[in-house]
Design a protein around this ligand. Sequence first.
Ligand SMILES: NC(=O)c1ccc[n+]([C@@H]2O[C@H](COP(=O)([O-])OP(=O)(O)OC[C@H]3O[C@@H](n4cnc5c(N)ncnc54)[C@H](OP(=O)(O)O)[C@@H]3O)[C@@H](O)[C@H]2O)c1
Length: 240
Amino acid sequence: MVYIEKRYFHYAGVIEVKCFILTGASQGIGAAIGKKLLADNHHLICVSREKNELLLSLADSEKQRIDYFEFDLKDVEEIDKLMGNIFEKISSDVDGLYLINNAAIHFNQPIEETDPSLIARLMNINLVTPMILTASFIKYSKHLNTEKRILNVSSGSSFNLSSGGSCYSTSKAGLETFTKSIGMEQSDVKIMSVRPNKVDTNMHAATENKKQLKTPEYAADRILTFLLERFEHGKTVKAW
Ligand SMILES: NC(=O)c1ccc[n+]([C@@H]2O[C@H](COP(=O)([O-])OP(=O)(O)OC[C@H]3O[C@@H](n4cnc5c(N)ncnc54)[C@H](OP(=O)(O)O)[C@@H]3O)[C@@H](O)[C@H]2O)c1
């Protein structure tokens, strides 16, 4: 694991700082969410394999704080340790703590033609990792008396099935069931899932009719609206 300490935001007196942990911040919807979250009195903690250099360069070091963990989220055995390291960066008087489980992978091929290691990799990144991140987030944030929310980025593919999409659909259906279960189990930490429709990212690189795709910025706006203004504990909703 490589940890990059890029920006420090020193503040005096009582300033309310919201902290956002965002997976998959290097590109696509996650990069757009990260950009929108770069705001005064926000502490952004990003996770992905590749650093988002643009995001890091945009942060105003006087007013914003961004920490970046270059980490491969397929490494499920290391996730709890990652979250422990992340929580070492979080101020004990944080005023609002948010986890956005956005990172995912996608492929389209018949199951019998899919390498077993690829099946396991997808299920780890898309489902097992968000489950462990959720468990660790709840565990490490117990002492923090603030609003704590987890938003899982799902997909309409959880119920809208397609030939070749069994792994992706299964992972997203699992994520939604997990959201509902944790919604029943937990009350201090709130959780929900949001399903974006088709967005112009790498996941739709092969799509010819780009007009039917929304921009990552649009998707990011919708996701953040649900996270900050229209949160529904235990629920899964369409982003638009
Ligand atoms: N695009 C759509 O139309 C659409 C529709 C519905 C739902 N979604 C959901 O929206 C979310 C974002 O999708 P997107 O379209 O923005 O995808 P994307 O452009 O492919 O970006 C995926 C992000 O996940 C990260 N990621 C992938 N594998 C990783 C790994 N092993 N470890 C750490 N990070 C990893 C990538 O970073 P690195 O490569 O740097 O690691 C990247 O930042 C996903 O949950 C997806 O299922 C997308």
